[in-house]
Design a protein around this ligand. Sequence first.
Ligand SMILES: [Zn+2]
Length: 225
Amino acid sequence: MKTLSKEEWKRRRRIKHYARLSVIGASFLLIIIMILWGAVSLVKKLTAGADPVWTSAGDVEITDMLLTVNDYSRPQIKMDDVTGVVIHYVGNPGATALTVQKYFQQLRITEKAYASCHFIVGLDGEIVQCIPVNEIAFASKDRNIDTIAIEYCHMDAAGECTGKTYDSLVKLTAKICKTYNLGSDDILRHYDITGADCPSYYVENQSDWDQFKADVMAAMENIEL
Ligand SMILES: [Zn+2]
């Protein structure tokens, strides 16, 4: 058996000691890296889909036409937790999404009324966003603070939502429901809040309104956030 010199024994012990230290150091470093990585992915997860300006609802593009901040249509008041989505009709047959957006935008100059909505669905099914979803719109009185407001355009004098406009309205409402975990009962007409005759056609035709809500619920499956 080979006996180690005192020097050799010390040398080996030193090597062992440093080896142990580097293992501890490497493990420590690994743990730090894992914690940092976890923190980064958590922040990413929390902020994913949290952009208050949307780019699409299903396969329909959303055009950013945000209103200039002003007291009459975009007061930049922070929205509470969203508990509902309110559907309005424009009430002016043939009016386009652009016309409606311009009307809201001009209120800062005309000072005629306090009015706006988050989204407008146009005659060709195009969607325009006027207000970020984390700010309130002036659309539904007491419920401005916790609801997203949509106005849809219509050719029909009675205010029925039809064709591409209907398809986009369904998809947009479905996206809102999915984003905020809303159910069928959280889809409201302006009428349900204030008794206003809006959207006129769906106040008159309850079964078509029920069908709209059912269509939204069915569309939620195909909406990716
Ligand atoms: Zn309304």
